[in-house]
Design a protein around this ligand. Structure first.
Ligand SMILES: Nc1ncnc2c1ncn2[C@@H]1O[C@H](COP(=O)(O)OP(=O)(O)O)[C@@H](O)[C@H]1O
Ligand SMILES: O=C(O)C1=C[C@@H](OP(=O)(O)O)[C@@H](O)[C@H](O)C1
Ligand SMILES: [Mg+2]
Length: 174
């Protein structure tokens, strides 16, 4: 993998990974898509038939395989929560970018979403509590943090691109 995006549901990982992958001519790999392709089920179907623990088991397997592939990986918001996933993401040399967003932005973006079972299960307050609980994990992994509230996905992709170019230049001079 060339770049990994982490952050809460609705932070924009899937959207930004697509824009950046197009711009850099890299493959976009979305962990949720890889999971649904492997399972032949949508995410709500996986949660309904296998429970959240079944989804998490598929997520861990899929993450390990995805990290062997080139491209830009959009993780799911819960990916770094499993200790095994967190360890794998912490050990990799691949740069990790955190897309951050306030709970207000998250609710505006995905509060009515029906494809994210946890949004339905938790409601607005529970969702914000989950975000606060997960935030330390995201920050512990991040090499770059972008506050996305007032930026478009295109602007976020441009900031990441500039950071990657600068980073490559620094590595060359070192
Ligand atoms: N920077 C942004 N500003 C406003 N809306 C955004 C932004 N990034 C993503 N969105 C919207 O939020 C929703 C969730 O985006 P998505 O890329 O699926 O997030 P994630 O993969 O992190 O859960 C989508 O409707 C998307 O269009
Ligand atoms: O935060 C989570 O636990 C989840 C996030 C989702 O991905 P996005 O972060 O792309 O919404 C998806 O993996 C699943 O619904 C569970
Ligand atoms: Mg996503």
């Amino acid at each position: 993998m060339d770049l990994i995006l982490v952050g809460f549901m609705g932070a924009g990982k899937t959207t930004v990974s697509g824009i950046l992958a197009d711009d850099l001519a890299l493959a976009q790999r979305d962990l949720d898509d890889l999971i649904t392709d492997a399972a032949g089920q949508t995410i709500p179907e996986i949660f309904a038939s296998r429970g959240e623990s079944g989804f998490r088991a598929l997520e861990t397997q899929t993450l390990r395989a995805a990290l062997q592939q080139p491209g830009i990986l959009a993780t799911g918001g819960g990916t770094p929560v499993q200790d095994a996933n967190f360890a794998v993401l912490q050990d990799t040399d691949v740069p990790v970018v955190l897309l951050d967003a306030t709970p207000e932005s998250i609710l505006t973006r995905i509060g009515g979403d029906t494809n994210r079972p946890l949004v339905q299960q938790l409601g607005p307050r529970g969702l914000s509590e989950l975000q606060a609980q997960r935030n330390p994990r995201y920050h512990a992994l991040a090499d770059l943090v972008i506050a996305t509230d007032d930026l478009t996905p295109e602007e976020i992709a441009a900031q990441i691109k500039a950071w990657l170019i600068n980073r490559a230049g620094e590595a060359e001079r070192a």
